[in-house]
Design a protein around this ligand. Structure first.
Ligand code: PLP
Length: 737
């Protein structure tokens, strides 16, 4: 019962109409990203037409409408395949039929989760990195928990950029047309059959906005779109690129997301019980809420602001300046002046975004605005909570640092999305029926103790083998694409000199922001080359994108590339282009060791390491972000996380610590084998990592934390008596520390 239901039904019927009868249930499946975390979802679509599946970027709407009729007919006459179709469709229907959690949050008054990016699946390119993937994982987990939620974001017409690296190691960017008409997305229409339309004042224009709906399980995600003929060229451009390099366009995006998002929900008949502003980008929405509150008769300005604050919660995701942008008075007033006037708040609009509201020379930012206009604010790990309280302390003069009202909810990852392959099979076998619904409980993971070292090791080796095959394949095509010499290109895929399925495989993949310090690996080149060429060689896989305007980060890619000329490196180190969700899935599932060396204390959380833990990967990380609260001395390796104002000295020291650990602990432990060829100490550490990190860094734990501590209360009785595939939760599940 959400706006757009009819539009989805119509689209499903249209797609079903072109399918052979036995495949028709797939039309429904195709219009709900729920299949992406069903065990058989991707495999089933692949079984229909593997070639088309790859070419459609794993988009089932395209697969089903672009496959040759004879191919579909062949699938429809395959009884085993049709049985799988019916099973998947029944699973989806059962999932949707579960009753929602009862309480103050319900379908009529859901949580509205606002974010400028959502990483749901590789086929929906409206994300750049960790923030978006986290937002996607939150929607998926809310669906699994039957927590009523709607998502609000932007339908970027060309999303985030794609990356190519040239032969000198320099990054180039290009953009691909998203074409929502070919996504499992529908434009929401009103009772008149026309698209629901709102408008947002930006600069001198009233920008018209249409609303797409994409289903993520039980959670509808509404995506705002300004690429309409009635808008000016600039107006149309607003929802073109995620994190557009033009500051004025970014301001316009924040206006569409915040103000437009609140207006859109209203136009759709949805009245949220809480607005969750995920990162500062949607914070301008509070002025629309304020205007709505002020429209009530006899309300004082103070009471109107209280009414706004009571409905808003805010999560801050980074202490680095690029994530907490500020804008000059003139910039703000040009693009957003009419929004400020709308609530009669031109000066306070600017002042609320300053650290010192009285200092008219200070630029304004969205994070101070969000902190001041929400009833609850949280950071995303324990350490980030401390860092954020110190960072934003000036906003709360007269209060002690520890009393700054920013708590933390540590991030987590959606386990069914990030756990697959051999480790998924193994855990399904040992952790018992329905274990994913209890993924946040340590007891659920206890049977990991009963898995033999042999089985754990075999699963690890099988996952690594899948990865090395993929890496070899991608590395060869990336190198050919760059115009590298043939022998260098082929080296990655040549057995004997290329990637080896039995070799210790180390992953380093993340956004190439400077603070992530991928350059530490290149800082001590002779030690890096010795590791790759030593008696027990290791192999490295790198991936990551630098923001198009971040030349320092692009330079770092070049530094890492310079290592490639050393002998032996060609087949043992690869930089894979175009880091995205599918590539991340391969890497976190297959790497033995996952390295993270951010400059402390700038890593708010980090989540790729959590994903890697699920696949049996071990962490080698600076004690910052999530790892500062996860590391216990037995479940991975740690590099000192103290802050040193002399960043060059710190880089040198941390690079040494990184290589010391690799040379003295990681490599010997991996190669220390018993009579059966099993590295017992390594497997014991994998076990500790699964037992300790699995439950704590699951999205189940995270979303239950939000539900229990941040959102309006949920009636715990509502958690009993559910039916369906992810059902029957014990009523005590909302008790979290
Ligand atoms: C998980 C993920 C991230 C976040 O990783 P960090 O640990 O925060 O660096 C970024 N990009 C993609 C594609 C991811 O899947």
């Amino acid at each position: 019962m959400f706006a757009g239901d009819h539009d989805i039904e119509r689209a499903v019927a249209e797609l079903a109409a072109i399918l052979p009868e036995p495949l028709r249930p797939l039309a429904r499946v195709a219009y709900d990203y729920r299949w992406t975390w069903s065990v058989d979802g991707s495999a089933l679509f692949q079984a229909i037409d593997a070639e088309r599946w790859a070419r459609s970027r794993h988009n089932p709407r395209r697969l089903l409408s672009e496959s040759h009729p004879l191919t579909l007919e062949r699938a429809a006459t395959n009884p085993a395949l049709v049985e799988r179709v019916n099973y998947l469709a029944a699973e989806l229907a059962g999932d949707r039929a579960r009753p929602e959690l009862a309480g103050a949050v319900n379908t009529a008054h859901p949580v509205a989760f606002f974010c400028c990016e959502f990483g749901i699946h590789g086929s929906l390119p409206i994300y750049s990195g960790g923030l978006g993937v986290l937002a996607g994982d939150i929607l998926k987990e809310a669906s699994d928990l039957a927590l009523p939620m709607v998502g609000v974001g932007l339908m970027y017409r060309s999303g985030y950029f794609h990356q190519r690296i040239d032969v000198t190691g320099f990054q180039h960017e290009f953009w691909i047309d998203t074409d929502p008409e070919r996504l499992p997305a529908v434009k929401v229409t009103g009772s008149d059959g026309l698209p629901v339309s709102i408008s947002v004042p930006v600069d001198g224009e009233d920008v018209t906005v249409h609303i797409w709906r994409v289903d993520v399980g039980r959670v509808p995600l509404y995506l705002l779109d300004t690429d309409l003929p009635e808008n000016s060229q600039v107006g149309r451009w607003i929802t073109t690129r995620l994190y557009d390099s033009n500051r004025a366009i970014r301001l316009a995006q924040y206006a569409i997301l915040g103000v437009g998002g609140v207006r859109a929900l209203r136009a759709l008949g949805i009245s949220p019980t809480v607005y969750h502003m995920n990162e500062g980008h949607p914070a301008l929405g509070v002025f629309e809420l304020l205007a709505q509150a002020k429209a009530q008769p006899h309300i004082s300005p103070e009471a109107a602001w209280r009414a706004v604050r009571d409905q808003v919660v805010f999560t801050t995701h980074t202490p680095i300046p690029a994530g907490n942008e500020t804008y000059q008075r003139e910039e703000v007033l040009k693009m957003l002046g009419r929004i400020a006037d709308m609530a009669g708040e031109r000066e306070s609009f600017l002042a609320l975004g300053r650290i010192d509201p009285a200092n008219t020379h200070e630029p304004s930012g969205l994070t101070p605005l969000a902190l001041r206009s929400s009833r609850h604010a949280n950071a995303v790990s324990r350490r980030h909570g401390q860092v954020a309280r110190a960072l934003w302390h000036p906003l709360f003069p007269g209060q002690a640092v520890e009393d700054v009202p920013i708590s933390h909810v540590t991030n987590g990852v959606h386990v069914p999305t990030w756990l697959h392959g051999p480790m998924r099979e193994l855990l399904d076998k040992y952790l018992g029926n329905g274990w994913l619904t209890r993924a946040d409980q340590p007891a659920t993971w206890a049977p990991v103790n009963n898995i033999s070292a042999k089985e754990l090791w075999e699963a690890r080796c099988a996952a690594r083998r899948q990865l090395t095959e993929m890496v070899a394949h991608r590395a060869v095509s990336d190198r050919l694409g760059r115009g590298e010499a043939l022998d260098y290109a082929e080296a990655a895929g040549t057995s004997g000199i290329g990637f080896d399925p039995d070799r210790l495989t180390i992953g380093f993949a993340r956004r190439l922001a400077t603070y992530k310090r991928i350059h530490l690996v290149a800082l001590l080149p002779e030690r890096a080359i010795a590791l790759v060429g030593g008696a027990h060689p290791v192999q490295f896989v790198f991936a990551g994108k630098a923001h198009p305007a971040d030349n320092a980060a692009k330079e770092v890619v070049r530094q890492v590339f310079s290592l490639k000329k050393a002998p032996g490196v060609a087949g043992r180190a690869a930089f894979l282009e175009d880091y995205d969700i599918p590539l991340a899935g391969h890497l976190v599932g297959g790497c033995d060791v996952w390295i993270n060396v951010p400059r402390p204390p700038l890593e708010a959380s980090g989540t790729s390491g959590m994903k890697s833990c699920l696949g049996g990967g071990l962490q080698l990380s600076v004690l910052d972000g999530w790892w500062a609260e996860a590391y216990d001395g037995t479940n991975g390796w740690a590099i000192n996380g103290d802050v040193d104002p002399d960043t060059d000295a710190q880089d040198q020291r941390d690079a040494c610590a990184l290589f010391d650990l690799m040379e003295n602990e990681v490599v010997p432990m991996f190669n220390e084998r018993d009579a059966d060829g099993i590295p017992q100490r390594w497997v014991a550490m994998m076990r500790r990592s699964l037992l300790t990190n699995g439950p704590r860094f699951s999205a189940t734990r995270m979303v239950l934390d939000y539900a229990g501590r941040v959102y309006p209360p949920i009636d715990r009785r509502g958690m009993t008596g559910q039916t369906g595939p992810k059902s029957s939760r014990p009523p005590d599940r909302l008790h979290h520390p």
